[in-house]
Design a protein around this ligand. Structure first.
Ligand code: AHR
Length: 498
């Protein structure tokens, strides 16, 4: 058995982990919104005002902090007026990117009801690609204006006299691609037009500029995009977050080699490089303002997920190990990562739940969000990890990276310390000494997500093959905890300190 040590300094807790890091994203794509969330009030599937109850309950349990909507690529061809008012007056429209017809029965009113039911923040992405600053500022007026205007009256007529107070607004999505094929410089100029009128309509909002997807770093335009955007958008008062996207793919969902498995965790280093590159640009162009990085789309995108099948894929323990490693990275980057939204909530890509008629199962990734939610609003704890490493090529890198077998993040909330440990070894259990500096451990408890192999999956036939189980830990004041982390597992440990 391999040996390791984790040292934690809870008295040196610093940056607050934004709860928004544990955010979600739901697009009008495949069966995410329609069927996955919205079934309509007349459906045989148990629902509350059209929203399916099983999915609602699952997301409520996670205390989902934010839900990005309506896309994605969909956002840059979405015209919000077609999705408000009486259902009979809403037209069926073409969902250009995902080869579907949209009945528009799920629009702003339904989305806001969903956010209210979940108790989460709304995050609306406006249409830059085929829309206009006028359409975007009108949407904002419809949602947030508290005075007397035609649009605020329309909102009242549609059932909500009070302003919704939507705080987070994305200005387009992937403007380098489906969002308009802009260069960074051109998007910067366009951004100013949108942001100027949106901020004037409601100065309380936070704007998210849409940045790049670095991919394998082979596309010069994508590499330069964030830089060129910031260079042509000098108004720091118009930006609170710059987004990046990162999708991961190594082998198929449930059919991957040992090399694929190992390389996947090297790709988390690539995401860290994305963060470093983006942070450097933000520091340079906005030295006097803290602009956050919003990773507002991330997750596994297996090759079997195509537009033809609504981007549906299998859901194994390996996905969950990746999710925990990425969330650990975001926790460690709490000083700069202000938001992250896994793609996508239900039925699409690395979703948290899959539905089929009245049936639903929770994916292994769901349990990671459940285990890691205590980090929300905690303060990042200074840590040191000593363990074995392996070498693998991160995507787009000529040099191999050294990947640690244990991947760790820790946070402190008052007297509670939360620790998430991913043992990324395929086959080695790791006996680990966990030492808490300066304070004593009073109580300890844990939760383990583990299965026979990383290929173990949850399916409609076997919905609960991979799920977390609680376990007890023996803590002795002033002594380190000794714990064995099983191969290919995620462990959450909660300690009370004195
Ligand atoms: O999440 C699926 C798609 O991936 C989104 O619509 C787009 O933004 C990204 O390319």
């Amino acid at each position: 058995m391999s040996q390791a040590a984790i040292r934690l300094w809870p008295e040196l807790a610093d940056a607050v982990i934004s709860p928004m890091i544990y955010g979600h994203f739901a697009e009008h794509l495949g069966r995410c919104i329609y069927e996955g969330i919205w079934v309509g009030p007349k459906s045989r599937i148990p629902n509350e005002k059209g929203m399916r109850l099983d999915v609602l309950a699952a997301l409520k349990h996670l205390r989902a902090p934010i839900l990005r909507w309506p896309g994605g690529c969909f956002a840059d061809d979405y015209h919000w007026r077609q999705g408000v008012g009486p259902k009979k007056d809403r037209p069926a429209t073409v969902n250009l990117w995902w080869q579907q017809t949209d009945p528009n029965s799920f629009g702003t009113q339904e989305y806001m009801k969903l956010c209210q039911a979940l108790g989460c923040d709304a995050n609306i992405c406006v249409n830059v690609g085929s829309g206009s600053p006028r359409e975007a500022r009108d949407w904002l007026e419809y949602c947030n204006f508290g005075g007397d205007s035609a649009l605020s009256k329309a909102r009242a007529k549609h059932g909500h006299p009070e302003p919704y107070g939507v705080r987070y607004w994305g200005v387009g999505n992937e403007p380098w691609g489906c969002g308009g094929r802009f260069t960074g410089g051109d998007y910067g100029k366009e951004y100013v037009r949108f942001a100027n009128y949106m901020k004037q309509m409601d100065p309380e909002i936070e704007l998210i500029a849409a940045g790049t997807h670095f991919g394998d770093y082979s596309d010069a335009r994508l590499n330069a995009f964030n830089h060129d955007f910031c260079a042509s958008m000098p108004h720091a008062d118009l930006i609170e977050h710059l987004s990046i996207h990162r999708y991961f793919a190594r082998g198929k969902g449930d059919d991957f080699s040992e090399n694929d498995y190992k390389a996947l965790f090297a790709d988390v280093h690539t995401l860290e490089k994305d963060l470093q590159l983006t942070e450097a640009v933000l520091r340079y162009f906005y030295p006097d303002k803290h602009v956050g990085i919003a990773v507002d789309e991330w997750g596994m995108w297996h090759p079997e997920a195509t537009p033809e099948n609504g981007l549906e894929q299998t859901h194994t323990l390996r996905d969950a190990l990746l999710a925990a490693s990425v969330l650990n990275l975001f926790n460690r980057w709490a000083h700069r990562v202000s938001m992250a939204n896994i793609a996508q909530t239900v039925n699409v890509l690395q979703c948290l739940a899959m539905t089929n008629g009245v049936k639903m199962f929770l994916t292994p990734t769901y349990y990671v969000f459940d285990m890691m939610r205590p980090h929300m609003n905690g303060k990042r704890v200074t840590q040191q990890v000593e363990c074995d490493n392996y070498e693998a090529h991160p995507v787009g890198e000529k040099e191999k990276a050294s990947v640690s077998l244990l991947d760790v993040s820790a946070s402190r909330s008052g007297k509670r310390l939360h620790l998430t440990v991913v043992n990324r070894s395929l086959d080695q259990d790791i006996e680990t000494e966990i030492e808490v500096k300066d304070l004593n451990i009073k109580t300890a408890s844990g939760s383990l997500l583990h299965a026979e192999s990383p290929q173990s999956a949850n399916t409609f036939e076997q919905p609960r093959s991979v799920r977390n189980k609680r376990f007890k830990l023996q803590a002795e004041a002033s002594k380190p905890l000794i714990h064995v982390f099983p191969a290919h597992s995620v462990t959450a440990i909660a300690l009370t300190l004195e």
